[in-house]
Design a protein around this ligand. Structure first.
Ligand code: ZN
Length: 478
């Protein structure tokens, strides 16, 4: 039912006490079901969901009224579609579906109807509440709210259901891209905790993306100066018209050392906070899931001094900001550190504690950081922006920081972030990196891109195409 200012009111339910999906979920989890959902083949109540496979039947809701409704729905869906009905021999257990729509304007002016729905919602929400009831919801409202959370954090899929999806894909020759969360429970699901299994195995070198959190950006900002018609094809916009992004650090395990590139938002304020007010240090949480503690990190390389990349440098202890990685040296371009000094809040939270503990090391220009890792200046997004090069005998990899917010920035090099310190320098750096990536068949890691965080580049006409790498446990051979 369309409303005027509210999302549509809707109702979606099975005539069984619960949807079949809930029985399946109980089977998948190996848990029992409440009494009153199902009868076994002998007609006795059961709490064992697997009885369904042995002739058990689901009960309808609402006693005789639900039974009558169920009977009518069965005739409508089975009879009108030709799929026949459950108890009959000719029944084909397809998803027979009947849809009916009502043309509201044939009865009442549409706007008036929508106005009425708004008023009905307002009146219902304003009604007297029983003690202990905080809010009155209207039909569909829990689902709209759930949708918000799902769009932000993804959808949880029980492992057995996921296996069935993968197997069904494999039977049809579909290569399944793994996009998996490793969550411990509802607590970490509701916050931004959770970890992508994006990793790159290069023999003696191992790279892991370390998720800080999800957020959103305005495409017009990221793809400046393109118009929305130009930049939007192939990209999913959320209901606010924004692009979903993630914020990732990179863990480099090479030369017997653990290096972290960027540190995320840490405990500081940043995008996404409106939706996740109790922010915890996402990078530390994700590192813990990889079995890495803060004191294991020997080096932190900072691509640039924007909040989503450096606020996690520190944590609060007894009201003071202190280094989050107590044994690490923090490496940043000198010009970047000097610019960061002018942003008092960022400097106070993310850098001052590091100067006090003598952990901050500034470098100038191209710098070899170890046998495997080098800092490659890619100015433009900020004055001292740098990318991080990882050399292996198999393949070279570059973590590009905000040189590209999304992989599409590497396809259209002229589109860059409108906040860039210099749009021209930003483009020049992107072109340099793109040509190098093609010449060396290198991998680019784009930490903000939730769909294509690791890509290789190919030429495509005048421009480039970013080809995503498979998303789990990859070994590159030659
Ligand atoms: Zn960023």
């Amino acid at each position: 039912m369309p409303a005027l200012s509210h999302p549509p009111v809707f109702l979606d339910f099975a005539t069984a006490v619960v949807a079949q999906g809930k029985i399946q979920a109980a089977i998948d989890k190996g848990s029992s079901i409440p009494e009153g959902w199902m009868l076994d083949a002998s007609g006795s109540p059961t709490t064992d969901p697997t009885e369904q496979r042995r002739g058990g039947v689901m009960l309808t809701f609402g006693k005789h009224k639900g039974y009558c409704l169920s009977f009518l729905v069965e005739i409508l869906s089975g009879g009108l579609t030709g799929a026949s009905c459950g108890p009959l021999p000719a029944y084909r257990p397809d998803y027979a579906t009947v849809m009916m729509a009502v043309n509201i304007a044939a009865f009442q002016p549409l706007d008036e109807f929508r106005q009425l729905v708004d008023e009905m919602i307002a009146a219902t929400k304003a009604s007297a509440r029983a003690p202990g009831v905080e809010e009155i919801l209207v039909p569909g409202e829990p689902e709209w709210r759930r949708r918000e959370v799902r769009l932000r954090l993804g959808v949880d899929i029980p492992e057995p259901a996921w296996q069935r999806i993968v197997e069904a894909g494999a039977r049809c020759g579909v290569v399944v891209t793994v996009w998996r969360w490793a969550n411990d429970g509802p607590e970490s699901r509701e916050n931004e905790g959770g970890m992508m299994s994006d990793s790159l195995d290069l023999g003696t070198i191992k790279l892991d993306l370390v998720l800080d959190r999800y957020g959103e950006v305005d495409g017009n900002q990221v793809f400046c100066p393109a118009t929305q018609e130009e930049w939007s094809p192939g990209l999913d916009l959320n209901e606010r018209g924004a692009l979903r992004v993630m914020s990732n650090a990179l863990l480099i395990n090479a030369d017997g050392q653990l290096t972290l590139v960027d540190t995320g938002w840490g405990e500081a304020i940043g995008w996404g906070d409106a939706q996740a007010p109790q922010h915890t240090h996402g990078v530390l949480n994700s590192l813990a899931r990889l079995g890495v503690a803060a004191q294991d990190i020997q080096r932190v390389i900072l691509t640039h001094a924007h909040g989503d990349h450096v606020c996690g440098n520190t944590i609060q202890r007894d009201g003071r900001w202190v280094s989050a990685f107590p044994r690490a040296e923090y490496v940043i371009q000198r010009t970047e550190a000097e610019a960061a000094r002018r942003d008092e809040e960022t400097w106070r939270v993310a850098f001052e504690p590091l100067t006090e503990s003598r952990q901050l090391r500034t470098i100038s220009g191209w710098s070899e950081i170890g046998p495997t890792v080098a800092c490659w200046p890619t100015p433009g997004h900020t004055i001292g922006h740098q990318s991080v090069l990882i050399r292996s005998s198999q393949r070279q990899v570059l973590f590009v920081g905000d040189l590209a917010v999304l992989a599409k920035n590497m396809e259209r090099l002229e589109w860059g972030h409108s906040w860039a310190w210099s749009l021209d320098a930003d483009r020049t750096s992107r072109r340099e990196v793109a040509e190098w990536a093609i010449a060396n068949r290198s991998v680019l890691i784009i930490g903000h891109d939730p769909e294509r965080p690791m890509v290789s580049l190919e030429r495509a006409g005048e421009g480039y195409r970013a080809v995503p790498l498979p998303r789990r446990g990859i070994t590159q051979e030659g």
